[in-house]
Design a protein. Structure first.
Lengths: 339, 306, 336
């Protein structure tokens, strides 16, 4: 039943800087099945965007990517040349970016860009491409789609542009979509609409969806599984239910305590905080990356690398040596759980 | 308040290790920029030599000794070459090194003065246009366009031929003609700063507009100003040389590099060093100023946020 | 749940007040089309009384930032009146207004002058007000830094050396150093990371309680609004379409737009899915405001008269709504 779309194993992204090598992504492993939504959640600088760009092979030229395994539908991507990966990109896997205005070319019409997305990869006529563009524009909920084909990106609102981006990503019927903060630049009402649409389309076309976001509300509502990233590593991974009902890593728990939830947090009540700052990812690091900010830190945390180990729930992985004994302390985190 | 948790942890964290201050960043970048260092060094040498001209050279730049005219420089194979006149003498027997050194004074004086005059004019109208926008901007744009449609050399020629030529006239003519780049650059730099929220914040705390222009806008456009100033100084020096060469700039016997080239043009085929020496000096001065300007632009460019 | 301050807030004189305020801009609508008038704020009444935290919510382009600029005295209304501290904003100097109202902006990278030291940024209001005794400025600034959770040793550092959260603390310190009565916070946390956001929200709440501040909070994050605000005004295309106490609004929003907004809040509750707001893909264009009720093209409960008749504001006890759904109540009230 579950068909694997994307497999990433021990992926590493290094950026050489003047001050030393920045280890932006440090041995990240995950997989996405058909019809599944994996949310990668974390704060700025945790490596979530570079993870997505590394999968798409769209990293900045200075960055170096290594991976033990990187497979799309069972086909190895890591060893492919630039031409071969360009044939796959936009075809079998597509990406949706945060700011649709920068990813649409202002000099061409919407119709032209949508059609090109298909003509580039499929031996179809322009007429057939136009038909598919029309169908998809209609499908993503753009009113009077035929008229929109002749419009330029600047004539559309932000929400409509993001719908066009989604339609463009779907042109070739990809098996995987990577969406990087697709709704961060949009208003709340539009955000809910776009996410609703994404979830619906993902079910309809049975695609794998990787959604990258910093917003835990979005994660809870849309994710099948969640990967929480901190300082270049996945610190906790599991089903959305497991992550939100019993967060095991102190960082995940800290994040959930930070956000006010209407109806749950009392007005004016103190919100949880995570003191301190993310450690520098330049140069060598050892021990738990979160040790400097963790309220439960012990000496052993700093001694050696902490592995991503199975947690309490099935399919649940945690990078914390104390997660088992801390489970009992987690009662206060239960406020985030749906009652 | 927030950092207390870290102190307890007992290790230095990112919060405690501050990024280097802007001044330190500037210093580090400047010391790594070869163009800036080379340009700055050459320019410094030229300035020092120009200022110390009376000490370096025992001769008077105006002293004509027709008995020792056209002595070639010392690298010349001729037997006449002498260490008394390392760069030789010109057709009136004046020491060429001395004239070159005093000529540097003239070039630098004209460059700096014309740059200051044009800088004041251009910066004022550029900043006002950028800050206030709307009608002010329209008027300034019109003035700049008008100015850009006037050919500098021809206008300078016309003015000089009407009111006569002197050092002061050259400085004012150049200063009043080349402010356009100051205006254009300062206008766009101010426009960029204008929309930043710290300007609104300054308005909201009750700062007056002149105070905002001086304490909030100015420090953020001064790096652009320095770069344009160096480029315009080089520009003014070249224009002065061109005018003097055409006989409409500094008048003989004042030692000016353009004039020296002009005076030597009749002897170009017999004594080519008479042209080469001031030509190379002019080239080095303009090159060093431009390298310095480019370097300053690179060094003061804002760092990428990521 | 309601604070002691808001109980008697209704009687106290408002710190700022907008009376039928309209602000228009002339914008060019495109090549050859000439200029058109954009009604950014269109007949708004709003008052903020001491001790309240009033939230202004709405989509981008709804006019909330324009209204905030007018309440700061930075922009004059085209018509209507802005009263700050009981006097008209146009009659007062920038400096007078600044002692009463101060802003905190969204982007702490843009709101601090990169060429000035932290100490000099926070002291700017003292300088602008020509505050007496310059000798005491440094200690006042340092005390304020401590109060907002900044180490005193950062006094001579520059904004580029600080994190986003620290910068926002600097912006808050600058706003508070002259002890204003009202702070207008324009999306104070939306540019910050989740873990920093909560620190700033806690700080704002602490300062409000300790210094007796009043906030006007502009935000699109309704979770933040619910956490801080005592009263909420919902803006749509230049008008306030609903105004109510926070609890009442979150419990039973009246206007269909408020209902859609609240539906869009994605609380971290797995398994509930993304709600369908049924708003349609139409987007409000402030240059082409729809006839009748300006929300009708997106409204799920649209009625025939919504397309032609402009709804009138209906004053309810402690609340206001502007929607034809409540016309019956309106008539009942006028006949009574």
């Amino acid at each position: 039943m579950s068909e694997r779309v994307l497999t990433v194993e021990a992926m590493q992204v290094d950026l050489p800087l003047a001050a030393g090598t920045l280890h932006a992504v440090q041995g990240v492993s995950f997989h996405v099945d058909r019809g599944e939504t994996l949310c990668i959640v974390g704060e700025s600088g945790c490596g979530k965007t570079l993870t997505a760009l590394a999968v798409m092979d769209l990293l900045p030229s200075a960055a170096r990517r290594t991976a033990a395994r990187l497979e799309l539908n069972g086909q190895d991507l890591a060893g492919l040349g630039e031409r071969a990966i360009a044939d796959i990109r936009g075809n079998r896997m597509a990406m949706i970016f945060q700011e649709p205005m920068t990813s649409l070319n202002p000099a061409y019409t919407i119709g032209n860009q949508l059609e090109e997305a298909l003509l580039r990869h499929r031996p179809v006529s322009r007429k057939q491409a136009r038909e598919r563009a029309l169908y998809l524009l209609d499908r993503v909920g753009i009113p009077s789609a035929a008229g929109r084909l002749k419009q330029y990106p600047h004539q559309l609102s932000g929400g409509l542009r993001q719908r066009v981006m989604i339609a463009m990503a779907l042109m070739c019927g990809p098996s995987l979509i990577l969406a990087d903060e697709p709704t961060t630049a949009l208003d709340v009402t539009i955000q809910a609409q776009i996410l609703h649409l994404l979830a619906e389309l993902q079910r309809e076309f049975a695609m794998g969806l990787v959604l990258i976001t910093h917003d835990l509300g979005i994660v809870a509502r849309i994710a099948t599984r969640v990967a929480v990233m901190y300082a270049g590593q996945v610190v906790e991974m599991g089903t959305a239910q497991a992550i939100f009902s019993a967060p095991s890593h102190p960082y995940t728990r800290g994040l959930l305590d930070c956000i006010p939830v209407p109806g749950k947090t009392r007005r004016g009540e103190k919100l949880g905080t995570i003191p301190g700052m993310v450690p520098s990812l330049i140069g060598l690091m050892h021990g738990c990356r979160f040790a400097g900010r963790c309220p439960y830190v012990v000496e052993a945390c700093r001694q050696s690398e902490v592995p991503l180990a199975p947690g309490q729930a099935p399919d649940h992985l945690v990078r914390c040596i104390r997660h088992a004994e801390l489970g009992g302390l987690a009662a206060h985190a239960a406020r985030a759980v749906a009652s | 308040m927030v950092e207390t948790g870290l102190v307890r942890a007992g290790i230095p964290t990112a919060a405690e290790i501050l990024a280097p201050s802007p001044a330190a960043v500037l210093r580090r970048r400047a010391l790594r920029h070869w163009g800036l260092l080379i340009g700055g060094t050459i320019l410094a040498i030229i300035i020092v030599m120009a200022l110390l001209a009376p000490i370096i050279s025992p001769f008077d730049p105006y002293d004509q000794q027709l008995g020792r005219k056209l002595i070639p420089p010392i690298w010349h194979a001729s037997a006449k070459a002498t260490w008394v006149h390392p760069l030789g003498t010109d057709h009136l027997g004046r020491d060429y090194l001395t004239r070159l050194l005093y000529g540097a004074q003239i070039s630098l004086l004209i460059g700096v003065s014309a740059m200051l005059i044009s800088g004041v004019i251009g910066t004022t109208i550029g900043v006002l246009a950028g800050y206030f926008g709307g009608r002010v901007d329209m008027v300034v744009n019109f003035i700049v366009t008008t100015r850009l449609s006037m050919p500098v050399v021809l206008v300078a020629l016309a003015v000089v031929s009407i009111i006569g030529s002197s050092l002061t006239v050259v400085i004012w003519v150049l200063g009043l003609l080349i402010w356009d780049r100051f205006a254009v650059v300062m206008r766009s730099a101010t426009q960029q700063v204008r929309v930043r929220e710290f300007i609104t914040a300054a308005q909201a705390v009750g700062c007056s507009t002149p105070r905002i222009l001086l304490t909030e806008v100015a420090p953020n456009v001064v790096n652009h100003l320095i770069v344009v100033a160096t480029l315009e100084m080089a520009h003014a020096i070249l224009l002065e040389a061109a005018l003097s060469f055409l006989g409409l700039g500094v008048q003989p016997p004042t030692p000016s590099w353009g004039l020296m080239i002009s005076e030597a043009k009749g002897l170009m085929f017999f004594d080519p060093w008479l042209i080469t020496i001031p030509g190379v000096a002019l080239f080095l001065l303009v090159l060093s100023i431009n390298m310095l300007g480019d370097g300053l632009r690179d060094v003061t460019a804002p760092e990428n946020r990521n | 749940m309601s604070r002691p301050a808001s109980a008697n807030a209704a009687e106290a004189a408002p710190i700022v007040e907008a009376r039928a305020v309209t602000r228009t801009f002339r914008v060019s609508a495109g090549l050859l089309k000439g200029k058109r008038t954009l009604r950014a704020v269109d007949g708004v009444d709003l008052s903020v009384r001491p001790g309240e935290v009033v939230a202004l919510v709405g989509e981008s382009g709804c006019g909330k930032t324009t209204l905030a600029r007018m309440l700061l005295g930075l922009l004059a209304p085209t018509s209507g009146e802005i009263r700050i501290g009981g006097k008209g904003s146009v009659a007062q100097s920038r400096r007078q207004i600044a002692t009463l109202v101060q802003p905190v902006f969204q982007d702490p990278y843009s709101s601090l002058n990169p060429r000035k030291s932290i100490g000099s940024i926070i002291a700017l209001p003292l300088r602008a007000q020509r505050h007496p005794e310059p000798a005491t400025w440094r200690s006042r600034v340092e005390d304020m830094m401590e109060r907002v959770g900044l180490a005193r040793r950062l006094y001579d550092n520059y904004p580029s050396q600080l994190s986003g959260g620290q910068r926002q603390r600097v912006a808050i310190a600058r706003a508070l150093i002259n002890q204003p009565r009202l702070v207008i916070c324009d999306e104070p946390t939306s540019a910050l990371d989740v873990s920093v956001q909560s620190q700033i929200l806690n700080l704002l709440e602490d300062l409000r309680r300790d210094m007796g501040l009043t906030y006007l909070l502009i935000s699109h994050n309704l979770a933040v609004v619910e956490h801080l605000a005592t009263r909420v005004a919902v803006m749509y295309l230049g008008r306030i379409v609903e105004e109510a106490e926070t609890d009442a609004l979150f419990r039973s929003p009246r206007h269909p737009y408020s209902q859609a907004l609240l539906q869009s809040v994605l609380t971290p509750e797995p398994g509930r899915g993304v709600p369908d707001t049924q708003l349609g893909a139409a987007y409000p264009d402030p240059l082409a405001v729809p006839s009748g009720c300006r929300f009708h093209p997106r409204c799920v409960r649209v009625m025939p008269r919504c397309r032609s008749q402009v709804p009138q504001p209906l004053a309810l006890p402690g609340a206001m709504v502007e929607c034809h759904l409540y016309d019956a109540q309106c008539q009942a009230r006028s006949t009574a």
